[in-house]
Write a protein that binds this ligand. Structure first.
Ligand SMILES: [Zn+2]
Length: 452
């Protein structure tokens, strides 16, 4: 057993915060939550980690993260490209050139960064080439990860195929075994890069296997235009008519949706994963079409994501939650509608609920998995501490103050260092792999300003 001490933000149904509290880890689960004094009396001989001033929270949930493709060329794709070019001229060819080693290395680095910023659960957006190697990375890093493989039945593109071929590939990905922390789901590219036949078959596969399903949709208005032209309906209205949507579905983005599509999402129970930094980095219109707030107000299911290292770049849930809260207030021109506490819910318990994992994670409650984040409040940004630690967490801090992280009771970050992989030892390999990928895929990454 280990006792983790600090101010405990439980995220339990009453949203209790316990000053000088503690969480007891037993094996992979939470055995007790309470005041440190009570817990110390009950467990006088157990090891205590941390101190009264620390801030202890449930691990953060990242609902949409590319673990491959962008990482080895992170922050290399220019931020002034026309719409779509970052994906089709850069990300797709880079994905197409990934070796198995590249996929595993990229996923290892992204997951290590996620853990170091307190993100313990990551829903992968889909590995194009070697999902088995991403599973291997998840196992070695010790994060809780849901892995998928990209499926698309377009004419040309890496690993594209017929409906039957794509479904076979999805089936093989669902069969991957990665131990208790790794699960799999159905993941299509989405957009207008999936036929009706494919998306229907994929949704049936997910339902029959009892797993989730994700795809990209409507980060810009271009999916709206193409669905209207092809089907006469807006994308989510069309997918609803096909019977695709349900509580098993997580739609990545859903930025350009209308009132009817919000209703379709709420009625079907399908979730949306909002990745606000990506929309801003790519200039996709979030500040004009902030329907995610409408979805939230209507009781829809919503989670946050960090997307990709050339679309939001940093894998930091606190930073993402703060941006979402700020955009919500600003888009509504009303500071009262949404705030730090709502944003922290999306990053923890509400995000876990949206993605079907609230039974296991998302709050610090007895019987749940011991996924725990500890922020060091001796750092300058926390001095002096606010009486409302959630306000300060979201508006005044970020992942830099994460000191210790546990996943299923295992310490994976201690004193700010990832324990499970030697990140320093991977640095040289990451530089070499990034250079090689750029050359093989023919993408030219240069500095806009001259470097002497
Ligand atoms: Zn994505």
């Amino acid at each position: 057993m280990t006792i983790v001490r600090g101010t405990v933000v439980t995220m339990n149904p009453r949203r209790e915060i316990i000053n000088d509290g503690a969480v007891v880890i037993s094996g992979d689960t939470i055995a007790a939550v309470g005041s440190f004094a009570e817990i110390r009396t009950a467990h006088p001989d157990e090891t205590v980690s941390g101190q009264a001033g620390d801030l202890v929270l449930p691990g953060y949930v990242n609902g949409h993260q590319h673990l491959t493709g962008d990482r080895l060329i992170q922050s290399s794709i220019p931020d002034d490209l026309p719409p779509g070019e970052a994906i089709f001229s850069w990300v797709v060819p880079v994905h197409g050139e990934h070796s198995g080693d590249d996929d595993e290395l990229a996923a290892t680095l992204t997951l290590a960064e996620a853990l170091s910023n307190g993100i313990t659960t990551i829903f992968e957006a889909g590995t194009v080439a070697h999902p088995d190697r991403v599973v291997a990375a998840a196992q070695s890093v010790g994060a809780r990860v849901t892995v998928g493989t990209w499926g698309w039945d377009v004419d040309e593109g890496p690993y594209a195929g017929t409906v039957d071929e794509v479904i076979d590939r999805q089936r093989s990905a669902l069969d991957l075994q990665g131990g208790p922390l790794v699960s799999t789901w159905v993941s299509l590219v989405g957009h207008d890069l999936m036929s009706d036949e494919l998306v229907v078959a994929a949704s049936e596969l997910a339902r029959s296997r009892g797993v989730g399903m994700t795809f990209h949709l409507s980060p810009t208005s271009s999916d709206v235009d193409s669905y209207l032209a092809r089907t006469g309906k807006r994308p989510l209205v069309h997918l609803s008519a096909l019977g695709v949507l349900g509580p098993h579905v997580a739609v990545a983005h859903g930025v350009h949706i209308d009132t009817q599509e919000v209703a379709v999402l709420v009625d079907s129970g399908a979730a949306v994963v909002s990745c606000p930094w990506a929309y801003l980095r790519l200039g996709q219109g979030l500040t004009r079409e902030f329907r995610h707030l409408d979805l939230w107000r209507e009781g829809g299911r919503l989670a946050l994501g960090c997307d990709a290292e050339n679309a939001g770049d940093m894998v930091d849930g606190i930073r993402t939650a703060a941006l979402f809260a700020g955009v919500a207030k600003d888009a509504a021109v009303d500071p009262t509608v949404f705030g730090a506490h709502d944003a922290l819910e999306l990053l923890t318990i509400a995000g876990a609920e949206a993605l079907g994992m609230a039974e296991q994670i998302g709050s610090l409650e007895v019987g749940k998995q011991a996924d725990i984040v500890v922020h060091d409040r001796s750092r300058i940004e926390w001095v002096p501490p606010s009486p409302d630690p959630v306000l300060q967490l979201i508006w005044g801090s970020d992942g830099r103050s994460v000191r210790d992280v546990y996943v299923a009771g295992e310490p994976v970050v201690t004193d700010g260092r990832v324990r499970t992989v030697d990140v320093d030892a991977l640095a040289a390999e990451a530089r070499r792999a990034g250079r090689s990928l750029r050359t093989r895929s023919g993408v030219e990454a240069v500095s806009r300003w001259p470097i002497r």
